[in-house]
Design a protein around this ligand. Sequence first.
Ligand code: CUA
Length: 324
Amino acid sequence: MFLQRSAAVAAIGIPAAAADDRPFSTLAPAGPAAAAIAEVWWWMFWGSLVVLALVCALALHAMVRNAERPAPFGSRLLVLGGGIALPLAVITVLLFHGVRSGDAMRPGASGEGAFRVEVTARQWWWAVRYPDVDGAPLFDANEILVPAGRPIDIVLESEDVIHSFWVPRLGGKLDAIPGKTNVLRLEADEPGIYRGMCAEFCGAQHARMGFHLVAMAEDDLQQALLERAAAAPSRDARGASAFERHCAECHSTDSRVGAPATGPNLAAVALRRHLIAGWLRNEPGQLRRWLEDHQTIKPGNHMREMDHVDDAELDAIADWLEGR
Ligand code: CUA
């Protein structure tokens, strides 16, 4: 049987509603890389304000000055000073800060001490693989569990088109490119739930290709990962046979088995806080709604139509996945 969601949320010590009320903004940084980005942003903001004030003052001066009297500064000074020296100075300062901040976001050469998790982008969801949980890989989707206060290396790949992985409060974005592996270094100062989005247009449902990164204390993280590893569905339930007939071709319900990966791994779906790539809160009845109306909820998604499946079977599948 699946673990009950409420029990699991209580066990890892994070209130279920903690995350989504917080700002989804680069200006609310919650980690070193994001702090560096926010710093550059504020430099550019105040810098551009100064430049704007200067330009406005000059324009105003040109409008109101008495044309009979000689100009207070020559055109040579304006062109050389305002056109060459000032931009050079501003760009040099910005370059210095940009390079320093970019450096703070690079994964270290060895990656030693960093928590490593592999994320594969697909239209329009994220496959998650933890390389080693109790001696074997663990597969999940759309919710990424990581330690707080320790560097995280997100190993990014894509199965179809170019996507981009972005958690605004934790750092910069990095593209997931087919045939290429990119590594993004993030860190969350405090435990919490951080919302992420695909940041590269990738087709019809780009806007609903979200995810959540859940940062936890180390002990809680180990416990939560083991809980997911143990979230094995029972094979004798009625929902299991309906699932086998209608869903198993695309979805695995074994957290230790990655294939088939056409659709998200559903072994621990009852433990996730959200469904449909961060789009819906995982509340009772939502999964059932999705099975019936998925093309209305997320038009163009690649899941097959379930029109031919009768209501009783849809009920059984949803109940089974929710662990009821
Ligand atoms: Cu994936 Cu936009």
